[in-house]
Design a protein around this ligand. Structure first.
Ligand SMILES: C[S@@+](CC[C@H](N)C(=O)[O-])C[C@H]1O[C@@H](n2cnc3c(N)ncnc32)[C@H](O)[C@@H]1O
Length: 222
């Protein structure tokens, strides 16, 4: 579909939607997906591809098993893992995102779920060999982020791995998010009960010069 607008205008639209809802809620995600009406152009984070940092890490892993994709959006990371042989559950707080992902990938064997990272099903505890979080913690306001982050590590089965990918705030700068790039201290706190096995920071080829990204990976060693 041909669109006359540019990426900044799409982002402005996302911010306008966010500003319509009460400060500090997550409702704007559903509003954004629903109002996009099946047109990916209006989803500023969606480029139809799995994240390159995820691809790189998964290519090194010597095992498969049960994977959970947190805040899966339109499902690109979930589909990538499924095609790599993982048994994937993928969830998002937005019902419209999940319905859209199902429609985009009708033949994938993925367990698509509507769920909230702030209040996950109890039977997901210790269930997953891989938990993937791409751009979720940085997309939610700090008050909710600090409540949501501790819910990731307990999802891992013994020897399972947690992968978090996002933007890094190395210099303690103030951001008018979303997204809100995360401090190294905050990122470390996400896997505090786990063993950190990788921390990488780098840019993607088309990033502005002030954008820095991270990937942090932990393993459950108990
Ligand atoms: C910036 S988007 C990233 C989507 C996808 N991971 C990607 O990289 O394309 C953030 C996603 O997190 C979802 N989300 C936000 N808060 C959530 C929560 N508490 N529980 C589950 N999903 C959430 C949003 O609906 C949205 O799809």
């Amino acid at each position: 579909m041909l669109h006359p607008l540019n990426v900044d205008e799409v982002r402005q639209n996302a911010l306008r939607i966010r500003d319509k809802v009460a400060e500090g809620t997550l409702d704007w995600f559903e509003e954004l997906y629903a109002s996009a009406n099946g047109d990916e152009y209006w989803i500023p984070w969606s480029n139809g591809e799995p994240h390159p940092f995820l691809i790189e890490w998964v290519s090194k892993i010597q095992f498969t098993g049960r994977a959970l994709v947190v805040g899966c959006g339109l499902g690109e990371d979930a589909v990538f893992l499924s095609r790599k042989g993982w048994d994937v559950t993928a969830f998002d707080i937005s019902n419209s995102a999940i319905e859209w992902a199902k429609k985009n990938y009708p033949s994938e064997k993925i367990d698509w779920q509507v769920a909230d990272l702030l209040s996950l099903p109890k039977d997901w505890i210790s269930l997953f060999d891989l938990v993937v979080e791409v751009h979720i913690l940085q997309a939610i306001p700090e008050r909710l982020r600090t409540l949501a982050a501790p819910n990731l590590a307990p999802l891992l089965a013994p020897s399972g791995q947690l992968i978090c990918i996002g933007r890094l705030n190395e210099k303690g700068e103030e951001y008018e998010g979303p997204p809100w790039p995360l401090s190294r201290n905050f990122i470390e706190s996400v896997g505090i009960i786990l063993k950190n096995i990788d921390f990488m920071k780098k840019q993607l080829p088309n990033d502005d010069k002030d954008v820095l990204r991270y990937r942090s990976v932990w393993e459950r060693d108990f």
